[in-house]
Design a protein around this ligand. Structure first.
Ligand code: IMP
Ligand code: MG
Length: 187
């Protein structure tokens, strides 16, 4: 058995846990189009640089950039905070540095999900050291019930409840990132 999900029902079983559909491919596509249009308007003539936080943001960043119709650049860096568990470890480690020079640049940090806000507040402090012209945050998902840091997320795809989600870049122990839709842990 090496299929991601059973063909008869749209449910993902991982051991005793069950994940059910939360956002369809169509839901995501529509919202990503809206965000791309908004960002294109807000950053006209500013040559923004999109910075994706690996690994989770790769799919969102890729789809988002296809909806951005102004000149832009992009780069990635990699953080780790969760290890292989479903609960945030509470500390962040830099695993792969940013190569781009972001001083004086308009930076848009792209995340898959903001949970406690620890990662993005760490990123904000780190990026601010390089004196960019501006920093904003785009996240496909936000769990408002979990936010512990006072940080503004400028472009939000969807606000979701405080449950673990997988798919569309988001993993569970590194797997399930390749699901084209988002699934949520059900009781
Ligand atoms: P934060 O630092 O607590 O805001 O956590 C953010 C990071 O934790 C995200 O970039 C994800 O990599 C990971 N994460 C948070 N919630 C989930 C989830 O429900 N599923 C998968 N990864 C998650
Ligand atoms: Mg992440």
């Amino acid at each position: 058995m090496d299929e991601l999900k059973s063909k008869s029902e749209d449910i993902i079983k991982i051991g005793n846990e069950k994940f059910v559909p939360l956002l369809t491919e169509a839901d995501i596509k529509k919202r990503v189009e809206e965000l791309g249009a908004q960002i294109s308007k807000d950053y006209k003539n500013k040559l923004p640089i999109f910075i994706g936080v690996l690994n989770g943001s790769f799919m969102f960043l890729s789809d988002l950039l296809k909806q951005v119709n102004i000149h832009c650049e992009m780069d990635f860096f990699k953080l780790s905070s969760y290890g292989d568990s479903k609960i945030s470890s509470g500390n962040v480690k830099m695993l792969k540095e940013l190569n781009a020079d972001i001083s004086e640049r308009h930076v848009i940090i792209v995340e898959d999900i903001v949970d406690t806000g620890l990662s993005i507040s760490y990123i904000k402090d780190l990026m601010s050291e390089q004196k960019p012209a501006s920093i904003s945050f785009a996240s496909l998902l936000v769990k408002p019930g979990c936010l512990k840091y006072d940080i503004k997320i400028d472009y939000i795809g969807f606000e979701i409840s405080d449950e673990f989600v997988i798919g569309y870049g988001l993993d569970y122990a590194q797997k399930f990132r390749n699901l084209p839709a988002v699934y949520i842990l059900s009781e």
